[in-house]
Design a protein around this ligand. Structure first.
Ligand code: NAD
Ligand code: GLY
Length: 362
């Protein structure tokens, strides 16, 4: 059964697009595509965990409307966001006689969205991209806003582009097959939106703890829509991250990237590190007299109720600070953080003294 879908618009002039959020809507993607242009050829890019059943459901829906479709499967995991896999995909697109009328569809989590998006941005100087995110993180964050890219051995997400999709197709029913730990990690990014931009959304999350823990479809649809709306508003105002507004989406992320790196990539999921990182950032804001402890405690209670970690693992503080100083958000070695000044509002704070940062890592 298909629940009524909601539509969020990303207003970017001639590059504006719609995010369709439904439950059980994956089999309707072919019809949507047939309605929105003359798609003669589609290349679906997915990973080995998502191929069955989700990418195959999409392929079947395209076959139903007589769209010629090729399915390309890459290994699951962050290591696929590499130049080697991008070269394999560019080569495959040539072999499949892809031309500028071909549409590329990314069916998967943030890894597939970023990788396939990068390939779409660069192949034949840019071809159409449709994002079909299948993790909660990808549904509320990475599929929206056009950041696409790959990693280099020395730096994550360092080669990429801004390449907005033609549209985003979100089916919350696909989350049923997502490992529970990945689902929880996505919830950390959901909480982030409440802290940075929307106090009433934060309160809605507090009211929805049981429903979120039970994967309630109606609540999930509402929450994914609200996150997409917040991100759409931010991206519409600061698409290329020049005014500082889009940078607020990185709340907790300077700590999180350092935690992921020092713990060893793959040990702690990104969303788990974001949960810990938000608490560190909030404590830092307390230390600097920007908020009182109640703001941190509220975040901590919500994250813990969603079964996310909020206490730091035992990692070396000096190594964490060194990792933060290498972060691309750091200007000339000076530590900068996105910090709350109240629930629902954050600011970029420059030149934070390292001893304050060390103080919240213990
Ligand atoms: P991921 O794509 O690796 O997916 C996590 C795991 O879940 C993988 O094993 C995947 O195969 C599996 N999976 C995906 N959907 C599934 C489903 N429905 N059922 C069963 N298994 C499924 O990781 P992610 O957390 O979605 O994304 C992380 C990536 O996103 C990182 O590379 C990060 O840099 C990027 N990211 C990009 C942006 C952006 O704005 N472009 C924002 C945030 C994160
Ligand atoms: N996930 C951060 C951004 O899209 O800017």
């Amino acid at each position: 059964m298909t629940a009524a879908s909601e539509i969020v618009r990303v207003e970017l002039g001639s590059r504006s697009y719609e995010i369709h959020i439904g439950t059980g809507s994956l089999p309707q993607l072919g019809t949507q595509l047939a309605m929105t242009g003359a798609a003669q050829h589609v290349v679906l890019i997915t990973d080995e965990h998502v191929e069955r059943p989700h990418a195959e459901t999409v392929a079947a829906s395209l076959a139903d409307v007589d769209i010629e479709t090729d399915l390309v499967v890459v290994p699951a995991g962050e290591t696929s966001k590499s130049i080697d896999v991008a070269v394999d995909l560019w080569t495959k697109l040539v072999e499949l006689e892809t031309d500028r009328r071909t549409r590329l569809i990314a069916v998967g989590g943030g890894v597939i969205g970023d990788l396939a998006g990068f390939v779409a941005a660069t192949f034949a100087r840019g071809i159409s991209l449709i994002q079909v995110p299948t993790t909660l993180l990808a549904q509320v964050d990475s599929s929206v806003g056009g950041k696409v890219g790959i990693n280099l051995p020395l730096a994550k997400n360092i080669v990429g582009a801004f390449w907005q999709p033609e549209f985003v197709w979100i089916d919350t029913a696909v989350l049923a097959t997502l490992p529970e730990r990945e689902y929880r990690a996505g919830l950390a990014e959901v909480v982030k939106y409440g802290v940075i931009h929307d106090k009433s959304f934060f309160a809605l999350l507090e009211e929805s703890i049981d429903a979120l823990n039970a994967h309630d479809d109606a609540v999930l649809r509402t929450i994914v829509s609200r996150c997409c709306q917040i991100k759409a508003d931010v991206v519409a105002q600061d698409e290329k991250e020049t005014s500082g507004l889009r940078a607020t989406l990185n709340y907790g992320h300077t700590f999180a990237h350092a935690i992921e790196q020092v713990a060893g990539y793959g040990e702690i999921l990104h969303g788990e590190a974001v949960a810990m990182g938000m608490i560190c950032a909030s404590r830092l804001a307390e230390t600097m007299g920007r908020i009182d402890a109640a703001v941190t405690e509220r975040q901590q209670r919500l994250l813990a109720a969603l079964e996310l970690p909020t206490e730091m693992p035992s990692l070396d503080a000096e190594e964490l600070i060194a990792a933060m100083q290498r972060d691309k958000k750091v200007a000339a070695g000076r530590l900068r953080f996105i910090l709350p000044d109240r629930l629902g509002h954050v600011e970029l704070v420059e030149d934070v003294p390292p001893q304050y940062v060390e103080g919240v890592l213990g």
